[in-house]
Design a protein around this ligand. Structure first.
Ligand SMILES: Cc1ncc(COP(=O)(O)O)c(C=O)c1O
Ligand SMILES: N[C@@H](CCCC[NH3+])C(=O)O
Length: 424
């Protein structure tokens, strides 16, 4: 079922025309479909039925409060990478016990805040962090439940900037050094090692890297048990890909079948940290055409959504489908164009060399699969206010994060005292 579809010639998010939202909210804006979010969650929930497993939503993909709350209400935990995300997860109603704290560079103050809040599991990524966490837990007089994230050195066959499980990536402890790290953790009195974690990359469309990584970690778990560690949990991480163009990512059921097969008899409780897969296709970015500029090399369609709103095209050469919000006639001719924003950077594009039906000023366009790593990676470059976020649920919609005014942005700043205007 498609949650974004043309009805009566107009693109709808569920039962609401995007043009209606645009008229009320202005452009650009992000729009999330609650139905699509629920369907994405349900796919995971169905696939883990009967398994000893839990799912922590990797909220870095989309940390809109309403999105986190929707998942939390359905039983999700949260995978976080900062205390900021922890506060958001708690504010959205995720119980602390269901929070997993990952990340390569947690500060002592952040570890302290996480322990004080009662975060369920900390995924430690270095020996230095083991020592710091032990000291912090000691100060608080408690024992911290941890897993150690290992780097299994497999190629996730994804974009270089979003692969995380190779030796040359900063993430996790080199699997060849993992036994030493577990030995250290075992000696530290304020740590309780409960398991092993991995996360090999993002936007994976093949199951082979998962299989290879699990095989390597499974072997490690055997060695760790021989060393006397009790390994009860295996955190598989996230990374499952979505459709941007013509990718064929596996279904969650297919993914779980591989995981179940490769972890059979291991006796570990499993956890998963999906981000993109839960939110990516559930969100779109809508912008309005400002003007069309024909050139001798190509035509530029200049829209009011830009690289500050969605940085993926320029940062990862990511391809996002772009559709006119008003349905083109089936026989409409197309022109080759670049869809660009108004920002002063040649890298400010949403799409290049696309064949689209002719667009004119005032037309709305929808950028697909923008629910993950869209709004969360936005900036206010060129003093452009962050685009608002809207949630649609059936025939209802609500702005869940309004657009700040430029005046709010300016008044949040302070001039140094020596620059204050002279009092008369
Ligand atoms: C530790 C960890 N878990 C989960 C995720 C979520 O990744 P994805 O959005 O690709 O599922 C990430 C990001 O890649 C991550 O770094
Ligand atoms: N920001 C990346 C994904 C990063 C995954 C986080 N470890 C993207 O848009 O594809």
């Amino acid at each position: 079922m498609s949650f974004f579809a043309y009805k009566g010639g107009e693109m709808h998010a569920e039962g609401v025309a995007l043009a209606v939202i645009a008229a009320q909210v202005g452009t650009p804006f992000y729009c999330y479909s609650a139905g699509a979010l629920r369907a994405g969650w349900q796919e995971f929930a169905d696939a883990i039925k009967g398994m000893k497993a839990s799912v922590a939503y990797a909220m870095k993909a989309n940390s809109n409060l309403a999105v986190i709350r929707l998942f939390g209400e359905m039983g999700a935990g949260a995978d976080i990478v900062s205390v900021g995300e922890m506060k958001r997860a708690l504010a959205a109603g995720i119980p602390a016990q269901r929070i997993i704290y990952s990340g390569v560079g947690k500060k002592p103050s952040e570890l302290m805040a996480a322990l004080e809040a009662g975060v369920g599991q900390i995924n430690v990524e270095s020996s230095a962090e083991l020592e710091t966490l032990n000291a912090v837990a000691g100060q608080l007089g408690l024992k911290a439940d941890i897993t150690i994230r290992v780097n299994p050195d497999v190629d996730a066959k994804t974009h270089a900037k979003i692969t995380t499980g190779r030796k040359e990536n900063k993430f996790g402890i080199d699997i060849d050094l993992a036994r030493e790290a577990f030995a250290l953790a075992g000696r530290l009195p304020n740590l309780n090692v409960v398991g092993v974690a991995m996360h090999i990359g993002s936007q994976l469309t093949s199951l082979t890297p998962y299989r290879d990584a699990i095989v390597r970690v499974r072997e490690l778990i055997g060695q760790l048990r021989e060393d006397g560690h009790s390994i009860e949990r295996f955190d598989i991480g996230g990374g499952l890909g979505i459709v941007y163009a013509d990718e064929k990512p596996p279904s969650i059921a297919e993914f779980m079948a591989v995981v179940a097969r490769e972890t059979e008899g291991l006796g570990c409780e499993l956890s998963f940290e999906p981000g993109r897969r839960l939110v990516g296709e559930a969100g779109v970015l809508v912008g309005e055409v400002i003007l069309v500029k024909p050139g001798s090399a190509k035509t530029f369609v200049i829209v009011d959504a830009a690289m500050n709103d969605l940085i993926r095209p320029t940062l990862y050469e990511a391809w996002h489908d772009i559709l006119p919000v008003r349905q083109p006639r089936p026989d409409a001719a197309t022109i080759r164009c670049d869809i660009v924003g108004p920002i002063c950077e040649s890298g400010d594009f949403l799409a290049q060399n696309r064949d689209l039906p002719p667009l004119v000023a005032g037309d709305l366009v929808m950028v697909r699969s923008a629910g993950a790593y869209g709004a969360v990676m936005a900036s206010s470059y060129n003093s452009r206010p962050l685009a608002p976020e809207v949630m649609v649920d059936g025939t209802r919609f609500a702005v869940t994060r309004p657009r700040p005014t430029v005046e709010d942005m300016i008044s949040a700043e302070r001039l140094p005292p020596w620059m204050e205007p002279k009092k008369a």
